[in-house]
Design a protein around this ligand. Structure first.
Ligand code: GDP
Length: 463
């Protein structure tokens, strides 16, 4: 018999109320020992599901905080077990007292994600939905949360099931054709085979391609501001942050270290963890500046987004071109700043021509002008692919799922190659079986204990 577990479900600390959750086969007998209803004649053991009761909890016989108990009856609860949620005043002492009372009455402390794990084990949710629960909790933008919610609603599970069903039909056909040649199984047409394999591979490709953009919406992206001193990096940072975070001065080399600033980028739903780096220039003999510059280059290697700033008020320099070259092949946007100084001349056109080969996109703005924020937001969401993402569509939401999806996609690519290479149906059948195994792992059907341990270790206690 599973144990009966309890934990604080709300964040620890001082607050209006705190909720302690109790789940397991002994939830009602344990609650009866700990909770005394205010109204005479009311009994915990008789409480119907989805009802509430006012009372107090008792610790070693002493009446403690006023408590509201909310009752759920198996299987109609989050975990699928009997569950009781106690709301008490949100403070350390009252919560600890209640937990202690529950332990004394026979409950054990829940491990990280144990409630959700029980929901999975009791068939209430799938593994992809369990992962979505964690993503919803940790998402900090509305779009990211919407994305995780669609996974919780089962959009991903449905998409994967569709792919698996198509592959299953194909595999059954191939098996019948190979194993029962005398049964007159109609031969699979080559067009049908290629069509199904291609369509399902494309469905997986679309999920895999959307993963990066989805991760950006859920977790934000590390963004580096790069550029020579005085091109307007700090001004841009302030435009993005909406307040004066960095010191802006007309003296070159004011920003000497890497400043970090998380900002929500307009209404794109993207959280940028901005790093304003030391102006990149020849450090001469100044060791502090040299160290700052070294860190700037390192950040460039790691960043999920690079905003390289150039000054339209002056012609591009050799340093500018060095920065541009380093941005090549990176998720980098060239920002031609001080557009107001470029006048009617050719400066902007020339700079655009010179920089275009190194960047995914080139955008001219005036960082001093708040109206520049809009085009900048659009350019960033285009570059990161979030603009094309439908938050209600199926999406992969963990590295584990991405891994399994890639494996299935690669197996289908191999099947297509085997077909093109004129290999027999049995070779294609082997690849199909590989793809199906990977997909079963993705949805959690084939997930071993180790996988479950890994997934739930990232959960918080109480969820
Ligand atoms: P950083 O060294 O790259 O961080 O450059 P700053 O942000 O400190 O800016 C250097 C100077 O350029 C400051 O005097 C800014 O006011 C000025 N500046 C920044 N953006 C613009 C702009 O769009 N137009 C104009 N005219 N000046 C700007």
């Amino acid at each position: 018999m599973p144990s009966t577990i309890c934990a604080l479900a709300t964040p620890p600390g001082v607050g209006g109320i705190a909720v302690v959750r109790l789940s397991g086969p002994q939830a009602y007998p344990i609650a009866e020992r700990v909770f005394r209803p205010v109204r005479a004649g009311r009994q915990v053991r008789k409480a119907a599901g989805y009802t509430a009761m006012l009372g107090h909890y008792l610790l070693r016989g002493a009446e403690m905080d006023e408590t509201v108990a909310l009752f759920y009856r198996a299987p109609h609860s989050y975990t699928g077990e009997d569950v009781i949620e106690f709301s008490v005043h949100g403070g350390h002492a009252m919560v600890q007292g209640l937990l202690e009372a529950l332990y004394l009455a026979g409950a054990s402390p829940a491990g990280p994600g144990e409630f959700t794990r029980r929901a999975l084990e009791n068939g209430r949710i799938s593994l992809t939905q369990a992962e979505a629960v964690m993503e919803i909790i940790s998402a900090d933008g509305r779009q990211g949360a919407a994305l995780a919610k669609s996974a919780l609603d089962g959009a991903l599970a449905r998409r994967i099931d569709g792919i698996r069903a198509a592959l299953q039909t194909l595999a059954a056909h191939i098996t019948a054709w190979i194993d029962y040649p005398e049964e007159d199984v109609p031969e699979l047409s080559d067009a049908e085979l290629a069509g199904t394999l291609t369509a399902q591979k494309q469905a997986l490709d679309a999920l895999i391609d959307g993963y990066g953009a989805g991760a950006v919406l859920r977790h934000g992206v590390d963004c580096v501001l790069l550029g020579r001193p005085n091109v307007g990096k700090s001004t841009l940072l302030n435009l993005l942050a909406g307040f004066d975070r960095a010191i802006v001065t007309p003296i070159a080399g004011t920003t000497r270290d890497v400043l970090e600033q998380p900002v929500m980028l307009g209404d794109t739903g993207i959280r940028l963890n901005l790093f304003d780096t030391a102006g990149v220039r020849d450090a001469g003999d100044d060791p502090v500046e040299a160290e700052g510059i070294r860190r700037s280059w390192k950040k460039l290697e790691e960043a999920g987004l690079v905003l390289a700033v150039f000054d339209l008020g002056e012609p591009l320099t050799a340093e500018d071109l060095d920065i541009a070259r380093r941005c090549s092949g990176r998720p980098a946007l060239a920002i031609l700043n001080k557009q107001d100084l470029a006048g009617q001349g050719d400066a902007q056109r020339l700079a655009e021509q010179a920089l275009a080969p190194y960047f995914r996109q080139v955008l001219a703005i005036s960082a001093r002008d708040p109206a520049s924020l809009d085009p900048l937001c659009r350019a960033v969401s285009e570059l990161l692919g979030t603009a094309r993402l439908d938050p209600n569509a199926a999406a992969l939401c963990s590295a584990r799922q991405l891994d399994a999806a890639r494996e299935a996609r690669d197996a289908l690519a191999e099947a297509l190659q085997a077909r093109a290479g004129g290999f027999g149906l049995d070779a294609i059948g082997v690849c199909l079986a590989d793809a199906q195994r990977a997909l079963a792992r993705l949805t959690g059907e084939d997930a071993g204990e180790a996988t479950l341990d890994e997934v739930f270790s990232t959960f918080c206690v109480g969820k």
